[in-house]
Design a protein around this ligand. Sequence first.
Ligand code: URA
Length: 434
Amino acid sequence: MRAVDVIDKKRRGEALAEEELRFLIEGYVAGRIPDYQMSAFLMAVVWRGMTREETLALTRLLADSGERLDLSGIPGVKVDKHSTGGVGDKATLVVLPLVASIGVPVIKMSGRGLGHTGGTIDKLESIPGFRTNLSVAELVAQVRQVGIALGGQTADLAPADKKLYALRDVTGTVESLPLIASSVMSKKLAGGADAIVLDVKVGDGAFMKSRSDARRLARLMVEIGEAAGRRTVAVLSNMDQPLGCAIGNALEVAEAIRVLSGEGPFDLAEIALALAEEMTVLAGVAATREEARRMLRQSVAEGRALETLRRWIAAQGGDPAVVDDPSRLPQAPVQMPYLPKKAGFVAKLPALAFGLAAMRLGAGRETKDAAIDPSVGIVLHAKVGDRVQTHRPMFTVHARTEEDALRCIREIEEVMEISDDPVEAPPLILARID
Ligand code: URA
């Protein structure tokens, strides 16, 4: 077999056999196939697409390129949760202790943030002492002990995807539904969970800008999961404005604590409950989503969800006292409130611009190896549809310097919109696909 013939075949729009895909993927990982041939192949896929069978085969090949975690030592149905990424998306920090508090075992591998989207690992590391570099054996032992564990993605989890994704990132070949779906799902399948709940974000601050693309991606990922024998459900949710009110690592941890205490912004609480109830049903801990919701709400009301968060933080070496005193989290030296220039109704808070503004404050990374500052970010005091007045802060910037805070305010002022007329709050959950 020659790589050029396989590339040619895809360029002509023909479907490839699993053996041809294997030849390319294994050859690429082993260094036999150079970047330029793989780039040409990826571009052909972007233009020509892939059949369902090709996409399933590619997912399997990526998942099998490294170790597949064996979670059979953990009793119960293990359910993973994955978000395609957004701004202010700290749902994992709420959902994991929430479901664990009612007996759903939780083990998860998460990533760091890049660009305008944050990463769960960065958020958790803002808790003093919190360790995320746990080995798989440590993660499994911790789940058996306290019911919940989260670690960074090991280098051996779908390494072919890691290499391919880095190449896609610099060759304009990220935006392809079969490539995205196989990339995400290969890591989920290798992660070993029995069932998977996907939060597919759609809108300004998300990968998928249109609802129809997001729906197609969600369907494809659900199909891949089910074909691999994993029960998979996807929720489509709005990412036109940041999720919740906080953007920035320690600020997001503090907000997650508030939601687990039964306070906190409605949208974050709502998406967390929606995802948590799917996980609870898939785990077989509740028979219906309604029953799951009742159990989850009760756990919050009785303080069990918050207690699970304390135990989780302590188990991973973090300071559990942050749960009762969030001022123990890193605090930015400058906190600058923004008073709107006119009163009215918030019409636009573009998520992407907020994500980029927070990144430039130091909350995120422009490049893969950049350092982040856990204390900085933005806290919204009003969301789309809310009324604002000129004497009340609309948001507060947490920054290292006054100059940084002023620049952030200028960036946001340019993109946000306040309307004289009432604005309806946008729907949060757009669809459910199973
Ligand atoms: N996230 C992934 O893991 N892979 C993609 O291709 C896109 C987003």
